[in-house]
Design a binder for this molecule. Structure first.
Ligand SMILES: [Zn+2]
Ligand SMILES: [Zn+2]
Length: 168
């Protein structure tokens, strides 16, 4: 009778120890997925080693997102920002943001568009015909200069830095 009781207590103790170490291992694994700084991972692991209470405390204070989640969120954000930046027209000379119907850049006074001779609509410098009233553009267009400007503005979009992913 006494022998069985001792056996049961020993088995319970072994189970308790296995469960304690398993929880500590889980805390360490989870901390490495969520925390970048090795020192903080160490702190989390030490907290996780406190029997049973430690993992609960860790759960309360761990970062909400894993490092993978942070990375993909920031990658999505950067892609969105790049899309927005591409959609908003900028001055080819000074990169100031301009509206699609500006005739000149208000910052550096670069000529951006020419008004249509017939309807005064703002025309891109490469356009050969007004899309609003179908009047042919007769202006003495410097095609080389206009093309060079277009290439410069495309280069600027390609060079624009994408935000770096920031981790914990
Ligand atoms: Zn400008
Ligand atoms: Zn026109």
């Amino acid at each position: 009778m006494f022998g069985i009781l001792a056996y049961a207590i020993a088995a319970a103790a072994v189970l308790a120890i296995v469960f304690w170490l398993g929880l500590a291992y889980w805390v360490n694994k989870d901390a490495r997925r969520r925390i970048r700084h090795p020192f903080l991972v160490g702190v989390a692991t030490v907290v996780g080693l406190v029997p049973y209470v430690g993992p609960v405390v860790y759960l309360l204070f761990r970062p909400a997102e894993t490092r993978d989640e942070v990375r993909s969120r920031e990658a999505e954000l950067a892609a969105l920002e790049a899309q927005v930046a591409q959609r908003r027209p900028t001055c080819p000379e000074c990169s100031a943001s301009v509206d699609a119907d500006f005739l000149v850049c208000p910052v550096c006074t670069t000529r951006l568009r020419e008004p249509c001779a017939h309807c005064d609509a703002p025309l891109e410098r490469l356009w050969q015909i007004c899309p609003y009233c179908a009047t042919r553009v007769e202006a003495e267009l410097d095609l080389d200069e206009a093309l060079a400007q277009e290439v410069r503005s495309l280069d600027r979009v390609a060079d624009s830095p994408t935000p770096q992913a920031v981790e914990l």
